[in-house]
Write a protein that binds this ligand. Sequence first.
Ligand SMILES: *Cc1c(COP(=O)(O)O)cnc(C)c1O
Length: 477
Amino acid sequence: MKYISTRGGMQPVTYSEALLEGLAPDGGLAVPETLPTVSPDQIESWRPLSYPELATEVLSLFATDIAREDLKRMCHAAYSADKFVADAIVPLTPIDEGMSLVGLSEGPTLAFKDMAMQFLGQAMEYALRKRGSVLNIVGATSGDTGSAAEYALRGKDGISVFMLSPQGRMSDFQRAQMYSLTDDNIHNIAIDGVFDDCQNLLKAVSGDLAFKREHHLGTVNSINLGRISAQVVYYFWAWLRSSDQLDASARETHRVSFTVPSGNFGNILSGHYAKSMGLPIHRLVLAANENNVLDEFFRTGIYRPRGADRTYATSSPSMDISKASNLERFIFDLLGRDSQRLAAAWRTLDESGELDLSAEQPRFAAQFGLQSGTSTHADRVATIRSVHESSGVVIDPHTADGVKVAREHAEAGVTMLVLETAKPTKFPDIVGEAIGEAAPLPDHLAGLLELSQHVTEMDNDATQLRDFISRHAVTQA
Ligand SMILES: *Cc1c(COP(=O)(O)O)cnc(C)c1O
């Protein structure tokens, strides 16, 4: 299996190569040359497998350049009991009649990004070792992505992490999570500024191509192909688990839809891939918050990204995204995997700020099963409250966006699985507003807030940052 660019300007590369690169050289995104396919019998044969065993099967279809024994070892290391709280790794929890949560937040940072990052950490270390190379990951975070990356890459050979965060602007929990790490290869840098300042510093440093090459700088952002492929696994897992209790004949007629709280279109893209590979998913429902560029796109066929000035800060902050980087991969499929049409569409988008695919819009649901909806702050509060009242389960605001939109798309006779993307512990304010008390810290994290913290405070200054990276970067052996 080789990987090509959506825009057609890249020689095919292996999985290991694709996961170490960011954008393709032509500005496009790496996609499989052809998606692997699986038969119903093959899916059924995976039913007895544990999560790491299933991950090995699914990922071996993508990572054909990695020896199976190595892949198996990496999947077991990524999805192990010392990293994930639930025995199942990904548990299903019923909340409504015919509706369950898919628990993707059992990992070290209590959010679904751990699912992909834990595997990516293993796979990157492996790919770098084979290549005889090193990587210095530089990132900017307002909280969640940075911590998932640090927990996945801590202690890895040949990799260092430089994570910029805005000083004094993260929650106590987020700070404690990141800054309490003591691994030598993790560098937390608190910038005297806001998140945008951190991003601008990141751009200044990684846009300096000579510096970037000299210090082997890289990223682990949401377009990373390793992340997308690792997320495909839990769609198969959840689909199988949702029919474990049925007898064989009921399994054949059993229908399953997924609802996915979305921002950068990474998580739901993996669902689109699972469906394209042959997993019989009935509908893939995208849930947006007030920053509903993607809901607008799926309803009208017109994609109109919004700038930072028109992106609201909401109470489901990880979905405050108005330009969905992974959407390009779906549109590539929509346009018949024709890279010339895709590249032309993206030129139009860059020039006019808008992409009009309204002629294709009926196919979104008919061919791809994609539907969408929007949820607001008031919806989140009401949904957290009603799920708590009806089932006793406390959900986080992102998952609440999902449940709100899922309920609007519920169909008789179709099981609806809502992806739980974070734990409520991380969002005490809105959870308190909804049910009168914040969700407590889980037992295994008691004491986190008291641990000593390690962080370098720095001015909003690219020269200081370059100096710091030069002094601490991991260098070629
Ligand atoms: C990142 C994130 C999302 C959005 O996922 P995408 O892959 O960007 O669509 C939703 N919820 C939470 C809690 C997240 O951290």
